[in-house]
Design a protein around this ligand. Structure first.
Ligand code: THU
Length: 159
């Protein structure tokens, strides 16, 4: 037996001003996207802003339902809409912001497993890394590929 370790890489920013102007715009778009949240059951508002390779920014927000599993996370509303409307355009950066009862979480909300798997699917399809930015009020995290959020991806790009 040998013990193995894996490293994940991400950047952490104490404030949005430390980020590139392009990333700052994406953070603003994810915060704006929260307005589209329909979350009467959880009161947890999630906004997602997805920058496509052609410069288009697609927004998504979580949509809940009285029959709970019928709802969908913000990230997947954005990715599915983008894939349905721009099937041949690569996804560059997905920025996510989550607020509890209207207050942005201090530590950024992290995407659920199902959303990570969907990110992995589109990253694999496009053959290029999908970057992810997670926005919190005290810290912002930037990941440079889905692999760092989902090690040992099912059907991974890595061997
Ligand atoms: N939610 C998202 O939109 N994205 C995630 O990755 C995790 C959770 C939503 C689902 C539900 O509407 C609310 O947050 C509370 O779980």
């Amino acid at each position: 037996m040998i013990e193995k370790k894996i490293n994940i890489r991400y950047e952490e920013y104490a404030s949005v001003e430390e980020m590139s102007l392009e990333d700052q715009k994406m953070v603003a778009a994810a915060l704006e996207a929260q307005k589209g949240s329909y979350s009467p059951y959880s009161q947890f508002q999630v906004g997602a802003a997805l920058l496509l390779e052609n410069g288009t920014v697609v927004k998504g927000a979580n949509q809940e339902n009285a029959a709970y599993p019928s709802g969908l996370c913000a990230e997947r509303t954005a990715m599915f809409w983008a894939s349905a409307n721009y099937p041949d355009v690569a996804m560059d950066t997905l920025t996510i912001a989550g607020s509890d009862h209207g207050v942005l979480c201090e530590s950024p909300a992290s995407p659920c497993g199902a959303c990570r798997q969907v990110m992995a699917e589109y990253q694999k399809k496009q053959g290029k890394p999908l970057k992810i930015i997670l926005v919190g009020s005290k810290r912002i995290r930037k990941f440079f590929c889905v692999d760092d959020l989902l090690p040992f991806i099912f059907d991974s790009l890595k061997v």
